[in-house]
Design a protein around this ligand. Structure first.
Ligand code: SAH
Ligand code: SF4
Ligand code: F3S
Length: 476
């Protein structure tokens, strides 16, 4: 069977996907014959791309006849979809996998699976093979579409299966089990070509490859038809979409999506400053579906560090870009990612990062301590920064940003905003919770359950991290 599966082409053939679905259905038939009703636990770490991969894995598990549970003790299959972006995440993962040994001892038929970005690193695959003999199946991000075939081998031959290093491909037609009905992620491209010197992603997710636009348009259209109101297009470097296709760029894809009728929000992440064209900014400014929110990581405000990071822009380039965005969209909300303590970064160089934060006035920042990733150029650079110094800079940066976030949030008090309600507040189940068009979390009181609806909410109170308000009306 495996030899029939073509994997050396960029676009996996429909016949190959059909074979995978056949295998999935035969697994389901086998469970049904034995009157078995297996349940699976899928645990996902990391970014939205991983969430989206897990939705496809769950779609395939459902096709194979699995139900789902969060109770590991009850589970017949436990799958960890892992993230390798920082060392802490990886360490925690190995601890969590280790803890599964007891479940296996209690239930020997339990299948344990580890997939995702951690597994794409040779040292991690080796460790799983040698030190975790109770792990049955390991596969990296490039083999997600082959999951039915891999699981079949594990279920019916009792062998341990390790599959990594397949070609960089794009697979269409895999069933997807979306976590929510009102919002959804749609991956439009996979991989990354940027090789920022600190980052593991290009090594574990391979080279950039774009889905053909017609499949993306079809998926978005169907989601909207089924009531989805908030769609996020995903790519590690989403605004370089189409470079491998030749005849379309990211703005071209957005233009095709713009004509889809319906009341829905279209977001995207993550964009790279070097690929943020004026054409793209102009499109977002006039789009009827796209909120004026841009997540635009800058990582460092210092030119020498940016060069060492291989980011492809300077502090002045970045600030000029922010200016162009603010001119085109004065109401734009901006968010960003920053790394503090990149090797050799001096305190004075770090102050350039603070300077950008003060000038750009982001709504929210995602700040990370530099973490050494094996196999990346930065990991072997001289001049690694001690942990206590990284923490000191981190705290200083957070204090500056908290003040800015608070000021921005306070400016919302008394205003009305549109909020897509997606559930209840984490701290009070009688209070609704949702996100504004600009992706800000708002908890609000409402006269009834408004989950899944777009509402007009008046903001009555603001804190550094959150907004509170009251329901005014439904959006027309
Ligand atoms: N492709 C996206 C996201 C990459 S991972 C982008 O380019 O923005 C998300 C964030 O993790 C990055 O923006 C970066 O700030 C952070 N990150 C990546 N590698 C890291 C490392 N080795 N140490 C600390 N933070 C890291
Ligand atoms: Fe990593 Fe840079 Fe690619 Fe983002 S653009 S995934 S930070 S290499
Ligand atoms: Fe982590 Fe992989 Fe995403 S390393 S951030 S899950 S691409």
């Amino acid at each position: 069977m495996e030899n029939n599966v073509k994997t050396n082409e960029k676009y996996i053939s429909p016949e190959c996907i059909e074979q995978m679905l056949d295998i999935a259905r035969s697994i389901r038939a086998r469970f049904a014959q034995r009157n078995q009703h297996p349940v699976a636990t899928v645990i996902t770490y990391g970014c939205q791309q991983n969430e989206n991969d897990s939705e496809r894995i769950k779609g395939m598990l459902a096709e194979m006849g699995y139900g789902f549970t969060e109770d590991k003790a009850e589970s017949d299959l436990i799958l960890f979809n892992t993230c390798a972006v920082r060392e802490n995440a990886e360490k925690k993962l190995f601890g969590n996998v280790g803890a599964l040994k007891h479940y296996k001892q209690r239930k020997p038929s339990l299948k344990i699976i580890v997939c995702g970005c951690v597994v794409g690193q040779p040292h991690a695959e080796r460790e799983l093979k040698q030190k975790y003999p109770f792990v049955d199946l390991v596969f990296d991000t490039k083999s997600v579409y082959r999951f039915p075939l891999l699981l079949q081998r594990v279920l019916f031959s009792d062998e341990r299966v390790f599959e990594t290093g397949m070609a960089d491909t794009v697979a269409e037609g895999i069933p997807v089990l979306h976590a929510k009905q009102s919002s959804a992620f749609v991956s439009v491209m996979y991989g990354c070509n940027n090789f920022c010197s600190y980052c593991i992603v290009p090594y574990v997710r391979g080279r950039e490859r774009s889905r053909k636009p017609e499949y993306v348009v079809e998926e978005v259209r169907k989601l909207v038809e089924n009531g989805c109101r908030d769609i996020t297009l995903l790519g590690q470097n989403v605004n370089s979409y189409g470079k491998d296709l030749g005849d379309i760029d990211f703005t071209g894809l957005l233009e095709k999506l713009e004509v889809i009728e319906g009341d829905f929000l279209l977001r995207f992440m993550t964009s790279h400053p070097k690929d943020m064209s004026d054409r793209l900014i102009a499109h977002i400014a006039k789009s009827r579906h796209m909120p004026h929110h841009i997540h635009l990581p800058f990582q460092s405000g210092n030119d020498r560090i940016l060069k060492a990071m291989n980011r492809g822009y300077t502090k002045a380039d970045y600030l000029a870009l922010i200016e162009r965005i603010r001119t085109a969209m004065p109401d734009a909300t901006l968010t960003s990612d920053i790394i503090v303590g990149f090797p050799t970064e001096t305190y004075e160089e770090f102050l350039d990062t603070i300077d950008v934060v003060k000038k750009a006035r982001f709504d929210t920042l995602f700040t990370f301590l530099y973490s050494k990733r094996i196999g990346t150029p930065a990991a072997v650079m001289e001049g690694q920064i001690p942990d206590d110094e990284k923490h000191r800079r981190f705290d200083e940066l957070i204090a500056v940003q908290n003040e800015i976030s608070k000021q921005i949030n306070l400016s919302y008090v008394g205003r009305t905003v549109k909020v897509l309600a997606d559930g209840t507040s984490k701290t009070d189940s009688s209070v609704m919770s949702g996100r504004t068009d600009a992706n800000k979390v708002v908890d609000f009181t409402a006269p009834c359950d408004v989950k899944g609806k777009r509402c007009i909410v008046r903001i009555t109170e603001a804190k550094t991290w959150s907004l509170f308000g009251e329901f005014v009306d439904f959006c027309s």
